[in-house]
Design a protein around this ligand. Structure first.
Ligand code: LFR
Length: 499
């Protein structure tokens, strides 16, 4: 069989990477061609993404991929990023400012402002999306309330991956999986919600036309192709452009049947921990609202019923705090110290809103512990251990809620993404949840991106085939549960913390 070559441009909140995937019809071989930091920039009081820098790094990745692929050709290029953030485009292809970081404080108070115009229940009923203060809907409301001039002149809103797609091709389109993170899309009709736009006075006309994952956006602009040294035109294909959609597409499980919920869950583990189940229809009811579960759009018409759990952000931001104070440590070193720290000294609900923004994380963890009559030890190992144990306990809590809502039993946890490399967290997860953890692949997001391009090009048939390719190419590492009694005790303590 002929092999085909695809480039995934996968941008995460901490770093981006260009991954070249060579697909021979059976297996995929992956090569990292370029890795680059993603450093937000504060301008006056607002935290921005550094779009020009990131785009330049994407072009560097294309250049390197062209050098590595035989004949300097590619069969596709696809972009995925985190959700909710966007850029605005005005007349004559004018980019209106740099996109703002979802952790920026501009959305403070916006959820309540929205609920004054349309009830929380109604927003949930229409969108099925969990309430996170940074959802696009609240960012747009913040712009409106600040009387931003941008909204007066914007022609088109493009989500981050669509924005890069536009810079690569000149075409404006909204890919569905990322559109589903806005809280402005009705998952039942698949259309933008006129009702919510009207109720909140948001400009419905700037929301783009929608395309499905696997759609060719257009050819790479000739000037970029030439700059990269590509020998012939390359198609830019929209994968599941929301990183979580791509990551879950590449979970090496047997695909869900079309009706019954599957007996496995996924945990896409990176800056965030996205834990949930793949379902065939959105599940929107009083319980999913109560537990703030979300229904995000997946590839091939699937829905991800999941919870956003604060994730390794707790450790990443602690590490940055220590580094600023001159105590620089690698993740490996921090994890090794956590491993030998005493168990269950203090527990936190990782999703406490005080942990959301940038800044001194250890102090916020300590303040949380104080508020809940616990003492957080001051050494780094104990703090990281507290974060990892608390995450594992929140995973258990979430799985139990999902099982109750779906009336199903979850037997296996598939952990994908960077966090699947953290053996301590994987073991904690298996122990806390009393279920085996199948860890890997680490680069699930890039793999899902690449194989969705292959589907778009007709080289692969279905999501089931896609997952079989992943399972053949990347054997999982299995962590069996042990030591579950100690975790049962901790789970009792933990439950009291979660409101
Ligand atoms: C993960 C992710 C989550 C989304 C968060 C913010 O990278 O895309 O799915 O809730 O980032 O956009």
């Amino acid at each position: 069989a002929t092999t085909t070559d695809y480039l995934a441009l996968d941008l995460g909140a901490e770093s981006g990477r260009g991954m070249l995937g060579r697909f021979d019809g059976e297996r995929i071989a992956l090569e990292e061609v370029h890795r680059f930091p993603n450093q937000p920039v504060k301008l006056l009081d607002t935290l921005h993404w550094d779009l020009p820098r990131l785009f330049d790094d994407m072009k560097a990745a294309i250049r390197k991929a062209a050098t590595l692929s035989p004949g300097a050709t590619l069969d596709g290029i696809g972009v995925d990023t985190w959700g909710v953030d966007f850029g605005l485009i005005g007349r004559g292809d004018t980019l209106l400012g740099n996109p703002v970081h979802y952790r920026d404080a501009r959305t403070d108070g916006m959820m309540d402002a929205a609920f004054a115009a349309v009830s929380r229940e109604r927003i949930y009923e229409v969108t099925g999306l969990q309430f996170l203060p940074f959802n696009t809907i609240f960012q747009l409301l913040a712009l409106r309330r600040a009387k931003s001039p941008l909204l007066d002149v914007a022609e088109t809103l493009l989500m981050m991956p669509d924005l890069f797609g536009w810079l690569l091709t000149g075409r404006r389109a909204g890919e569905r999986t990322d559109a589903s993170t806005t809280q402005l899309l009705d998952p039942r009709t698949g259309a933008w919600s006129d009702e919510l736009c009207k109720a909140l006075d948001l400009p419905r006309a700037i929301l783009p036309g929608l395309i499905d994952p696997g759609t060719e956006l257009g050819p790479l602009l000739p000037s970029i192709a030439e700059e990269a040294g590509l020998s012939r035109p390359v198609a830019v294909i929209a994968p599941g452009t929301h990183d979580t959609a791509s990551a879950v597409a590449a979970v090496p499980a047997s695909s869900s049947s079309s009706s019954a919920p599957p007996d496995w869950c996924y945990l896409s583990s990176g800056t965030w921990s996205l834990l949930g189940v793949e379902v065939s229809q959105p599940v929107i009811n009083a319980e999913t609202m109560r537990y703030n579960l979300t229904n995000e759009g997946g590839v091939a018409g699937t829905t991800r019923l999941l919870k956003n759990i604060m994730g390794l952000w707790l450790v990443q931001e602690s590490r940055r705090t220590w580094a600023r104070a001159g105590r620089e440590m690698s993740y490996e070193e921090l994890t090794a110290r956590a491993q030998v720290a005493p168990p269950f000294s203090a527990l936190v609900d990782p999703d406490d809103s005080s942990f959301l923004s940038h800044g001194d994380m250890p102090s916020r963890l300590a303040a949380y512990c104080k508020r809940t009559n616990q003492v957080l030890p001051s050494d780094e190992g104990a703090i990281v251990r507290c974060c990892l144990e608390s995450l594992a306990l929140k995973y258990r809590w979430t799985i139990e809620r999902l099982e109750g809502i779906l009336g199903t039993t979850i037997r296996t946890i598939h952990v994908v993404g960077g966090g699947s490399k953290n053996a301590l967290l994987c073991q904690f997860t298996a122990d806390a949840c009393g279920r085996p953890v199948h860890a890997g692949p680490v680069e699930a997001t890039a793999i899902g991106n690449i194989l969705m391009q292959a589907i778009g090009r007709g080289k692969l048939g279905s999501i089931r085939d896609l997952r079989a390719v992943v399972a053949r190419s990347f054997p999982a590492v299995v962590f069996e549960p042990r030591d579950t009694a100690a975790w049962d005790d901790a789970a009792g303590r933990f439950a009291a913390l979660v409101k």
